[in-house]
Design a protein around this ligand. Structure first.
Ligand SMILES: [Zn+2]
Ligand SMILES: [Zn+2]
Length: 577
């Protein structure tokens, strides 16, 4: 007996699950529920067997990531093309509008799309355009003139009706999120036809603090097939552009991804082209042209060979911004003393349960030991930071006793410090005699971020002139994608830091990465020293160190310019209040 064919293919079912996952997210449902559908789709994609046989034998639940209810959904979709569970998520909203929801057009929330369909009967993108033009949308409750105008603009900026995702607002992600997306994608890319190597490129490889999309270069002897497989992958919501060497796609979760393919012998130049900023690549090409060729024509399986053909040393990806790295390379800089994680000997700027940290002094010290660190600075918040349970002066003695007790159990040297608030008038928190009794003072701004720039500049300059000011913590106070850097005269402040013998923190919290590289380069030119810090609020956040180092490398900071590469005696002397 021949089995009836499926109502939907395996790939189509995976797409429906991914769509359900994203719609749940857009509806504000629990991330776990949304994630379950995505995991199910991944499981289907990875399943190499006969799906029909697995459905009929009731064996879907044996696949990792597929539980009983998801198995039922998949079975329903396989047999009928419909699923009651998915229908609960989509309501009656038709596929064309569901795609618009995932395109994340500003103002076009799920609830509004639902109303457009249920109340105005809009079912296609063309009907939505017509409704936006005619003004009928304004009759909907909650659609104010501003929202409608923004929606009109978003729809008008859309280049092609067939490509709704093009109109999407592309939210940038912070670097740590881009790494997570990379981890999810790499295994899929390694399975592309003929793939011999898969490398990240673009902003992620340059370690930019925020990333607008992911870029990969796949070395394969079967480039056309590989691109075909990328375009057909069930995680692809839409294809934005495609040529013989690359495919630009948008995933269901909104992430833009560009996959470049190259035969293995051209991997080097393909990586250089896909990694550097446009300005860096243009300058390299100009160099090639002055030698009678072009960058794209150069052969070489690795990047170093290509740079060598251009008479340059290998330039680390973090530097490829055309921020002076090509001139430095041409002048003989080999970048081999660029700061690296292995150079760091001390974990700076760490919080404990004494303020808003989650782990005790002892737990932090043991974790620092496990990392092989020579020293650790405990810098809990000061009293003014009441929201962060800043440590009052009279409670410091108890913390010091705890530090002494912990010290007896670990090899790492625990230094007594504070993250002292720079208060409103530029003074530091704690009386001077308390500050002078500490090993290290990180001074940071945590409130009143919106002073007029001249007042802010004065406030910071006054703090820097304080004799115990030795480390300027998360200098510009930015929170990536959430809070802008404080407005102040940074050049003037850097002059003051240079005159004061203080150091500047490169804060490794992936949501800060502060001082930003463009200013850190400016600080370097003045001979200012740095500490690369963790701002850890738990032992797990010691992993922030890697992000601090990446950010420091982007600024071209060298080992000798970083105080926490020094042995403990020299470090203590350099930061002693
Ligand atoms: Zn802070
Ligand atoms: Zn802190």
């Amino acid at each position: 007996m021949s089995q009836p064919g499926p109502a939907l293919s395996k790939g189509e079912i995976a797409r429906r699950l991914r769509e359900a996952s994203e719609l749940l997210r857009l509806q504000g449902e629990s991330p776990y529920r949304a994630g379950a559908y995505e995991t199910g789709a991944d499981a289907l994609d990875a399943f190499g067997g006969d799906l029909g046989a697995a459905v009929e034998a009731g064996r879907l639940i044996e696949l990792r990531g597929i539980g009983p209810s998801l198995a039922q959904t998949i079975t329903d979709l396989w047999r009928t093309g419909e699923s009651a569970a998915l229908h609960k998520i989509t309501g009656a909203v038709p596929p064309a509008l569901r795609r618009l929801a995932m395109a994340r057009i500003p103002g076009l929330t799920w609830r509004r799309l639902q109303a457009l369909h249920d109340e105005l009967g809009i079912a296609t993108e063309e009907e939505l355009h017509a409704a936006a033009a005619s003004g009928v949308i304004e009759t909907l409750k909650g659609m104010g003139p501003k929202t409608v105008e923004r929606l009109r603009q978003a729809l008008a900026s859309e280049p092609a009706a067939a490509e709704p995702a093009q109109a999407a607002a592309t939210p940038r992600m912070v670097l740590v999120e881009a790494f997570a997306a990379e981890r999810r994608l790499l295994p899929r890319l390694r399975h592309l036809p003929g793939a011999e190597a898969v490398e990240s490129a673009g902003e992620l490889r340059r370690r930019c603090e925020t990333v607008g999309g992911l870029d990969f270069v796949v070395a394969t002897g079967r480039p056309a097939e590989a691109l075909q497989a990328v375009a057909a992958d069930s995680s692809v919501l839409s294809i934005a552009a495609r040529d013989a060497h690359s495919c630009r796609i948008r995933l269901y979760d909104g992430t833009p991804v560009t996959v470049h393919v190259a035969p293995p012998e051209r991997l080097g130049v393909a990586l250089i082209l896909a990694t550097g900023s446009a300005a860096h690549v243009t300058k390299l090409d100009a160099r090639a042209r002055s030698a009678g060729t072009t960058l794209a024509e150069l052969e070489g399986a690795d990047e170093a060979a290509i740079y060598a053909r251009l008479g340059l040393p290998f330039i680390p990806p973090e530097l490829r911004e055309d921020a002076g790295e090509l001139e430095a390379a041409a002048a003989g800089d080999r970048f081999d003393d660029l700061i690296a994680e292995g150079d760091i000997r001390g974990l700076i700027h760490c919080h404990t349960t004494h303020s808003d940290g989650r782990d005790t002094v002892l737990a932090m010290a043991k974790a620092a030991d496990a990392l092989g660190m020579a020293y650790l600075t405990i810098t809990d918040h000061s009293p003014t930071a009441a929201y962060a349970r800043g440590v009052p002066s009279e409670a410091l003695a108890a913390q010091w006793r705890e530090i002494a007790d912990a010290q007896a159990e670990v090899a790492v040297t625990i230094l007594r410090g504070t993250e002292s608030d720079i208060v409103r008038d530029g003074g530091l928190d704690y009386p001077d005699e308390v500050l002078r009794a500490l090993d290290v003072v990180v001074a940071s701004i945590h409130e009143r971020y919106r002073l007029p720039p001249a007042d802010m500049t004065e406030r910071i300059v006054r703090a820097i002139r304080h004799p115990v000011f030795k480390i300027w913590g998360h200098p510009l106070g930015r929170l990536l994608l959430r809070r802008d850097p404080i407005a102040c005269d940074v050049e003037r402040i850097l002059d003051e830091v240079a005159a004061s013998n203080a150091a500047i923190e490169i804060n490794g919290s992936p949501y800060r990465l502060d001082l930003p590289p463009e200013w850190a380069r400016s600080a370097r030119r003045r001979g200012i020293k740095f500490v690369v810090s963790t701002d850890a609020h738990s032992t797990a956040e010691f992993a922030n160190l890697a992000f601090g180092v990446m950010t420091a490398r982007r600024a071209g900071i060298r080992r000798r310019e970083v105080l926490n590469t020094l042995p403990i005696g020299e470090f203590k002397a350099a930061v002693r209040p």
